[in-house]
Design a protein around this ligand. Structure first.
Ligand code: G6Q
Length: 541
């Protein structure tokens, strides 16, 4: 399979031509009923409405051509079957397959990568047994009581996805069970949680693929010492999820240990045991399986070649149209669902760590833009805050709205003829239309230029299945964009750099505390920075 550079694809030239005069959403009749119906695609309970994007059939035809020329679906299938996609040709790289989809391919009679799917199945079976033993009272604390709280200790990919999913699905958590999360190495974050859980009835789930992450290992120590101070045996309260063979892969130190595998990237690991243990404990095994089913259904739907019928691919291509041809540098993810509070943060990592890259898969500088800046907050809160810039600012921000027709709890109130849920959805749809159509006014300060692109993803209700589907929609969108830009979306050298520098600076601080020489040149920027920030006890000239 040949990976082609983005800018040599013939369709790119034609798309650039088309982008000189994109579809005008402010023209009279530009958002007619036919268009709105036609520019809607469906997948696994979600409708994707994109009539409010600045594109038309000609654009879609060319985006189809782009997908075909770049072999996007072929690359996606190659990824799912276990081809080594995480690599840079001719240079040292992680050099491995990318198989998070295998975690949910367990429902296939013919999995794309049988070995990885069987490993995922084994871990899932271990989880099922563990949860059963908890339910049956076979695993209890020293007083014979059940565990009520799980605290997940992990950072980055070992935190964001699981936390976002837990918050999204809290409504379905089992009675008497809940979760908290410790990620930051900020001692106040850890202390607040340790002070506010009943340690004797808490399981601490330490999650680190590498088993070497400074924040997580430090927080694990803080947790162990809090347990010991309370007279509790850490081996009865700590679980681990880590890469097979990592320094943390030592079952003697934990009540129960689970594995993830090197072919699952941290930010793509929410459907592996990285998310499974906490989600299974709080929501129940069956709900976790529902999440996997939703994700799997989207993984299968993402194989369609027709871009108009393949929602994750369509989302990716619409994003590329906005980024590379209309020149928009950022994307706002705006869920009209308070439960999705942390979903934009998860996508921020998943997207920006994957596609914030500047070299191709051959190690050459890219000559085109790659991943945009991703950010977002739930609506309608955002409407009372930053939407001003979305409507009238000098930067056009394409928006991705996410909403649900029904609430999760079903508890609502009718005020002035509409429920709160209706008000929520009405606001979302109104925002999408207002951004597109704009509004004329003689007063320039009250004029809305319009032509600000957005799309809407809407489903009936945020259930475990819907959450799994939504997660996979975005994971696959991001992978498709990376394939199209011919970058490696699956490594994160930028994160490694920070880890190495922080280690050096910490070594210097430790030496300083002990009154020793240290490792840094006393004239280096690192040392001067530390000294000037007042973070050394015995600063040297
Ligand atoms: C994700 C990144 C990164 C990683 C964290 C935690 O794709 O690689 O966010 O998840 O640095 O790493 P560990 O799980 O190894 O502790």
């Amino acid at each position: 399979m040949e990976f082609r550079d983005f800018n040599v694809l013939p369709s790119c030239k034609q798309l650039a031509q088309l982008a000189r005069k994109p579809y005008d959403l402010t023209a009279p009749g530009a958002l007619g009923p036919e268009r709105i119906k036609q520019y809607t695609a469906s997948v696994c309970g979600f409708d994707f409405l994109y009539a409010t994007q600045r594109l038309d059939n000609r654009t879609l035809d060319l985006l189809q051509q782009l997908a075909d020329e770049a072999g996007l679906v072929e690359q996606f299938l190659a990824m799912k079957s276990g081809r080594t996609m995480n690599r840079i040709e001719g240079f040292a790289s992680e050099n491995r397959p990318v198989l998070h989809t295998a975690c949910r391919d367990i429902f296939s009679s013919a999995p794309c990568n049988p070995e990885a799917t069987s490993q995922a199945g084994e871990q899932l079976a271990r989880l099922k047994n563990f949860l059963l033993e908890l339910d049956q009272g076979k695993i209890v604390n020293h007083r014979g009581e059940s565990y009520t709280t799980m605290v997940q200790v992990g950072i980055g990919g070992s935190d964001l996805g699981p936390r976002a999913l837990y918050m999204a699905l809290k409504r379905y958590q089992s009675a008497g069970r809940s979760a908290r999360f410790i990620a930051n190495v900020d001692p106040d974050d850890t202390a607040e949680i340790l002070d506010n859980v009943d340690l004797s009835r808490t399981l601490f789930n330490v999650v680190s693929k590498s088993g070497t992450t400074l924040e997580t290992l430090t927080n694990e120590q803080m947790v162990r010492s809090a347990l010991e101070d309370a007279g509790l045996d850490p081996a009865r309260h700590l679980l681990s999820v880590t890469g097979a063979g990592s320094p943390m892969d030592d079952p003697r130190r934990y009540l129960r240990s689970f594995h993830m595998f090197d072919y699952i990237g941290g930010r793509y690991s929410a459907t592996s045991m990285v998310g499974g243990v906490t989600l299974g404990f709080t929501l129940g095994y069956d709900a976790f399986v529902e999440i996997l089913k939703g994700a799997h259904a989207v993984d299968v739907a993402a194989e369609k070649k027709d871009v108009r019928a393949n929602v994750p691919l369509l989302m990716a291509l619409v994003g590329i149209w906005n980024r590379n041809f209309l020149g928009h540098t950022t994307v706002a993810i705006l869920p009209y669902s308070q439960a999705l509070l942390r979903f934009p943060a998860h996508l921020q990592q998943c997207d920006m760590e994957s596609n914030g890259k500047s070299v191709t898969r051959k190690g050459q500088p890219v000559g085109w833009d790659t991943g945009p800046v991703i950010w977002g907050e739930p609506g309608t809160n955002g409407q009372h805050a930053f939407y001003q810039l979305l409507h009238q600012g000098t930067t056009v921000v394409p928006a991705e709205f996410i909403g649900f027709r029904q609430s999760q709890y079903g508890r609502d109130i009718d005020v002035d003829g509409t429920t709160s849920q209706q008000k929520l959805v009405a606001n979302m749809l109104a925002q999408s239309l207002a951004l597109a159509a704009g509004q004329e006014n003689d007063n320039p300060n009250r004029r809305f230029a319009g032509n600000r692109p957005s799309s809407v993803l809407i489903a009936d209700r945020l259930t475990p299945f819907a959450m799994g589907a939504l997660l996979a929609l975005y994971e696959n969108k991001i992978a498709y964009q990376g394939f199209c830009w011919n970058i490696n979306s699956f490594d994160q050298e930028g994160v490694q750099l920070g880890k190495v520098l922080a280690t050096l600076v910490l070594q210097e601080m430790a030496a300083d505390s002990m009154g020793k020489g240290g490792v840094l040149d006393k004239k280096s920027p690192e040392y001067t920075f530390l000294k000037t920030a007042g973070c050394l006890k015995n600063p040297q000239e």
